[in-house]
Design a protein around this ligand. Sequence first.
Ligand code: GLC
Length: 727
Amino acid sequence: MKKIVLSLAAIALAACTQQSVQQTQWTDAEIEQKIDEILPQLTLEEKVALCHAQSKFSTAGVRRLGIPELWMSDGPHGVRAEINWDDWGYSHWTNDSCTAFPALTSLAASFNPDLAFEYGNAVAEEALYRGKDVMLGPGVNIYRTPLNGRNFEYLGEDPFLASQMVVPYVKGVQQNGVASCVKHFALNNQETQRNSVDVEVSDRALREIYLAPFEAAVTEGHAWSIMGSYNLFRGQHCCHNAVLNNILRNEWGFDGCVITDWGGAHDTKEAAENGLDIEMGTWTNGLTSSSRNAYDGYYLAKPYLEAIKKGEIDVKTLDAKARNILRLMFRTNMAKNIKSGCMGTDAHFATALSIAREGIVLLKNENKVLPLDPQTTMKIAVIGENATRSMMGGGSSELKSFFEISPLEGIKSHFPKAQIVHSMGYASGPEMFGRVLPSKLNADSLMNAALETVKGADLVIYVGGLTKAHEQDCEAGDRVGLELPFNQNELIEKVMEINPNIVGVFVTGNAFAMPWIDRMPAIVQAWYGGCQAGEAIADVLTGKVNPSGKLPFTFPVKLTDNGAHSFESAEVYPGRFESDSKEFYKEDILVGYRWHDTKNIAPLFAFGYGLSYTSFELSGIEAKMSGKKLTAKATVKNTGDCSGAEVLQVYVGKKDSRVLRAQKELKGFKKTTLEAGAQQTISIDIPTDKLAFFNEETQSWEVEKGTYVVYVGTASNNIAAEIEVEI
Ligand code: GLC
C-alpha cells in the first residue's frame, strides 16, 4: 500500500513540476467570441446570479449551460483552510493544510523580483490543488503609518518597490490559470474604522504613491481581478467608486473583474454603474456577520434585478458585468487547459525557505557578534515569547500550515552542541473577540525567571516583537503605538544589565521603537517568516546564509517622525470619526523616506538599509541621459571574506522643480550575489517617463525639463554618488 501511495505522490509532484510548461490557452479573441455566444443565452436572473456570492467564498455558475461556480480563497501568503458555506467558521477538513509562505513584507525585503514570481507560482499551484480559481491577494496598500495592522500583508512604503514585486507575483500566479485579486483598491492604509474612514488625498499622492502598485499590477502584470477596499474615497465607497473605476478601466484598460471586499458594497445603483462586478461578503448592510441565505438580499442580487426590470438601471450594466465575469472564467475554471496543482511539495517548502532567508534584514552587528559558531558549546539563553509563538494568525491571511519551525526549534537544530535554555520573559494576552486580554501568567514571575536564565548564560538570543493578534499586526485593528508591547522594553533593558552579550531577533511586520538600541550589539529583523521561519533565522544566525534583506519601509525613531503622525491630528490619522470620518493625507506625496529626506529627519533605520556579513564597495559610478532613457551604472565589489548579495539602488530627484517633489525617489534597483573578492558592473535603465510627476492641472503625467540628481547607493541613506543629468 505504502509503495502505491508513494508513487501517487510522485506522480502528483511530477504533474506539478511539468505544469510549469506553458500550455496553450484560449486567445483573447476566442474568449470574446465565446462570450458573445453565451451572453444572449443567459436569462436576466442567471446574469444577476453571476454578480454576487452564493456562499462565503463562491459565486453561482449557470448549471443549465455548464458554467461552473467560481471559487475564491484567501490569501496573499498561502491557501486558507476551508471555510463554511454560510458563515466564517472553519470546516475542519483534514486535507486543507497548506504551505505557509512568509508575509509579503519579507518578500519585499528580499528586493528580489524573481522570488516574487516563484512565490506567486507556488501559491497558485496549491490553489489549483484546492480547486480555487481566484486567490485574494497580493495586497499592495502603501505603508503610510507604522500602526497599520495589515502592513505585514503588503509590500512596503515605496510605490516603485511594490510595483516591481507585485508584477512578477501576479504573473507567477496567473500562469497557472488562477486569478490574482490585487487588493485593497484603494487607500486602505489602516485598519482603524476601515469600513467608514473617508480618505481625502491629492491627485498627485493618489497617482504617484497609492495607485502606482495597482497600476503596475494591471498594466504590466495584467491582473485578472482587483478587490475594492472597505473605506471611502472622496465620499464614495471604494468598491463602487466612480473616480477609481474611471482610472482603472478607462485609463489603465483593466478588463478583469472588480470584486468587493467582504461586505464592501453599500448601494445597488452605484454598484451597478461604477464598475463593480462581483459582490462578496455576507449581509447587505455591509456587516460581515453571517446571515443564512442572505445572498438574495445583496445589493447586486434581487434589488439589482428588480431595478433593471423597472427600468431604473440599464441592463447594459449587467451585460458588462457578465462579460467581465465570463472572461475571468475563461481564464480560470473554463480555460482550455486546466491544471491540477499540488500541495505541500518539497519545492514549495524550498520556496518558502528561500523567501524567508532572503527577506531577513541584518540591522546591526557590532564587532561581528554574528554569525555565531554552529559548533559552539556555549550556554545560550533564548528569551522571548516569539521564540515559540505560532505566527499563522493575523486575520483573513491566517493559515493552517503543514508545519511551522519556530525560532527556538531552528536555534536548537543549528547549535547541536550548545546548551540551550528558553524562558518566555513576557506573555501576550489571549485574544477574545478582537480584544487582547491580559495574560493569566504573572508578568513579574515571567520576567524574574528570564533574568535568572540569562545570569548563567554565555549568550542571550532575544526573540521578541509583535504577535499577529489584535493590535499587534492583525487585520481589523491598528497598533496603539510604536513601542513593543507586553513590557518587552523593560525586560530587554534588565536582561542587558545582567548579560550584555545579546543578539536581538525581532519577529514583526511593522517598524517599532528601540530605546535600548545603543546597548544591543546585534539586531536581526526577521519578519513573519512562514512555515520555515525558525530555519531561516537560524541559517542567518549561524552564517549558513549571509543576510541580504533591505528594509521595505522606514523605522522612525519616534512615531511623530513619521509623516502621517507628524501633524499629531486625528484628521490626518486615524480620521475625525466624531464628525464625518474624513481623513486627510496631509503629508501628501512625502511618504516614508520621502518625508524623512525632505524634512531632514534622521530615521532609526532607513528604507533600503540592510547589512551583510561581508562588505561591498561601489566604484565607477556613472549616470547619463540618452534619448528617453536614463542609465545609471556602477561596479559592485565584494570586499569581504565571504560571498553575499548587495542591492544596488538608484534614486532620482528633480532640482528646482516648480512643484513639491521629494528629495529623491527609488527608480531602479538590482540585487547581485558575489563571491568574496568578485565584482560586477551593473547597469540600470530608467525610462524618462518614469521620472514624471502627475500634473493636477492638466490631469496628466508630465516630465519636467531641467536638472535631475541621480543618487546611486545601497540604501536611501547610504548614497555613494550624486550625479546631475539634464532632460
Ligand atoms: C477581509 C479582508 C480581505 C479578505 C476578505 C475575505 O475582510 O479585508 O483582504 O480577502 O475579507 O476574507
